[in-house]
Design a protein around this ligand. Structure first.
Ligand code: SF4
Ligand code: SF4
Length: 178
């Protein structure tokens, strides 16, 4: 289980994390508007809220700073879906949700390396948002590029934990697990 004592929280790190969230939210909002009705992401749609999500400790710390009572007194959602879902499929920490949850429904692109060492661009989108122009044909700027924000988060995490890039399972943030 994640323990707050494992890391030393600092306000400046959390402020920087919030600035990252705010800037990516603006960018994600622009992409959402660009794709218009293609996106089926609505409140209560939670197929992407899986149980295996992990976050850097810095994001866990942020959730803990905003939802201490929920983590201390609340019950995690039954296993098989994200522990932070409620019985209606809503996120109980929506305004403090981690980075991965803030871009989930967008057309995603990232650079991968083949076994031969060649760099290839990959694309993906939630199956519910797939109907529409093929994501492989979208211009680069119409996709969310995975990588830059991850690097910023890793930098913050390194600052917080002496260079260690430890990650935490979201479910493990709850104090009580039945
Ligand atoms: S933190 Fe919230 S938005 Fe993210 S997977 Fe869990 S329930 Fe879904
Ligand atoms: S990414 Fe897919 S599963 Fe998640 S909210 Fe959007 S449409 Fe629903």
């Amino acid at each position: 289980m994640y323990e707050e004592a494992d890391v030393i929280p600092t306000n400046s790190v959390l402020i920087k994390l919030w600035e990252i969230y705010r800037s990516l939210e603006d960018a994600a909002e622009r992409l959402s508007r660009h794709h218009g009705e293609r996106l089926r992401c609505v409140r209560g749609c939670c197929d992407c809220c899986v149980d295996e999500i992990t976050v850097f400790e810095v994001e866990a710390l942020h959730i803990g700073s905003r939802y201490a009572e929920l983590l201390r007194e609340g019950e995690p959602h039954p296993e098989g879906a994200c522990a932070f879902l409620d019985s209606k499929g809503d996120c109980r920490i929506y305004d403090a949700r981690p980075y991965v949850c803030r871009t989930q429904g967008l057309a995603l692109r990232w650079i991968d390396e083949t076994p031969e060492g060649d760099l290839v661009e990959m694309r993906d989108i939630c199956p519910l948002n797939d109907p529409g122009p093929p994501v492989v044909q979208l211009p680069e700027e119409a996709c969310w590029t995975i990588g830059p924000v991850e690097e910023m988060l890793a930098g913050l995490q390194a600052t917080l934990a002496g260079g260690e890039l430890r990650r935490v399972l979201l479910r493990a943030l709850f104090r009580r697990q039945d």
